[in-house]
Ligand binder design. Structure first.
Ligand code: SF4
Length: 380
């Protein structure tokens, strides 16, 4: 594989824009990594002092005693009961494994060491993991046991990073696990893979522990978030969270093997009939966070959870079994759609809708996109 030449740090810092233009012109068509290159990388959790580590441990336990970790603000003592997320003081985990469904710069050749947490602080009606997120499937782990799993992923799985999937409701346990894993010898970057329905208190606790933030920005309008995510103020929360994440770690940076080590990558899953909201989201990123933000505009929506299910109660006219549309499958007929819940989003997204969001992103000045490899090979 061709690799970009190593350059002295001073050159990269002082001549970043010149270097970028030069590299875009000469190399980007070859699908090489963008030019935010790092000579080497030390995870942020190795750079915090022992005093700061102790303070973070104390703060983590305090958060669990009166939970304010997300905008639900349940205020419960999670050693005794659970809030909206359904998870107490231990984490519940569905799957821990090397994962090959992430962006190439995260999964690399060996996979992203993913930890899929059970429970969630959102209730998306189209959730594609709803058996994990809305039902309490999985096994309980203390933060110390979780840290031992990170070590297994590193030492046995040889993965490129630790990827914490849907962690918003278990931030204190995650903080404790990272600090414990640091003592055990973890050397991998930590990815915080979030819906963006975080609180600033959570993100403050994570500052110095997380290397890469991987936030979704799902919908723009408040009525959409109330109806489809069952959450108030989702967009306002996501905007505040993404700004705070970017202030901590900046734009996405890579080492010369093409693997991301530090920064923010924003995902937006284009929703059927909601391209206008996607356009607002990408414009906001460009105008308010960074035009150099790396963005993944995703087209793989397919309905799950409550979407496409038969209506309940008085509105249910029959017990007819209704087919949920699968990727590449048939759309429901108008007659069928009238009998199902959330019929307006019970279809795959059109590629035209995806193109509209992409066009708005480019017009706003964004240019670092996650794309499929045009050469048919491995694109990092
Ligand atoms: S993390 Fe869970 S318990 Fe804490 S405020 Fe959010 S939903 Fe409530």
């Amino acid at each position: 594989m061709y690799r970009l030449p190593r350059l002295p740090s001073a050159v990269k810092i002082s001549c970043g824009s010149v270097l970028r233009r030069a590299l875009i012109g000469s190399h980007r068509k070859l699908h090489l990594a963008p030019p935010w290159l790092l000579d080497d990388y030390i995870p942020r959790y190795h750079l915090i002092s022992s005093v700061d580590a102790s303070r973070k441990r104390s703060e983590a336990y305090a958060h669990l005693s009166k939970c304010n970790l997300c905008p639900r603000l349940c205020g419960v003592n999670r050693f005794e009961k659970t809030g909206v997320c359904l998870i107490g003081a231990d984490v519940k985990v569905d799957t821990i494994a090397p994962h090959f469904g992430e962006e190439p710069c995260f999964q690399g050749h060996n996979g992203s060491g993913s930890v899929f947490f059970s429970g969630c602080n959102l209730r998306c009606v189209f959730c594609q993991n709803h058996t994990i997120a809305h039902q309490r499937h999985g096994f309980d782990l203390t933060p110390e046991k979780l840290a031992e799993w990170y070590m297994m992923l590193q030492d046995v799985g040889k993965v490129h990073n630790i990827n914490l999937v849907t962690p918003e409701h278990v931030v204190p346990q995650v903080a404790l696990s990272i600090l414990h894993a640091r003592d055990l010898g973890l050397r991998l970057p930590i990815i915080y893979n979030t819906s963006s329905f975080d609180s600033l208190e959570s993100l403050k606790l994570l500052d110095g522990l997380v290397d890469i933030y991987l936030p979704d920005f799902k919908v723009w309008r408040d009525d959409t978030s109330r109806r489809l995510l069952k959450a108030d103020n989702y967009a306002a929360t996501a905007m505040e969270s993404i700004k705070a994440m970017h202030a901590q770690v900046g734009d996405l940076c890579f080492t010369d093997d093409g693997i991301a080590k530090k920064g923010v990558l924003v995902r937006h899953l284009v929703m059927p009939g909601k391209a206008d909201e996607g356009r607002e989201i990408v414009r906001w990123i460009a105008e308010n966070v960074s035009k150099d933000m790396m963005v993944n505009i995703m087209e793989q929506y397919f309905p799950r959870a409550h979407v496409g299910k038969a209506r309940r109660g008085k509105s249910a006219k029959s017990e007819e079994v209704v087919e949920v549309v699968e990727p590449g499958g048939l759309r429901a007929s108008p007659q069928t759609m009238a009998k199902v819940r959330y019929e307006d989003i019970n279809r795959p997204v059109d590629l035209d809708e995806v193109a509209l969001v992409r066009q708005a992103a480019e017009e706003a000045g964004l240019w670092r996109f996650v794309e499929a490899a045009k050469h048919g090979g491995f694109n990092i």
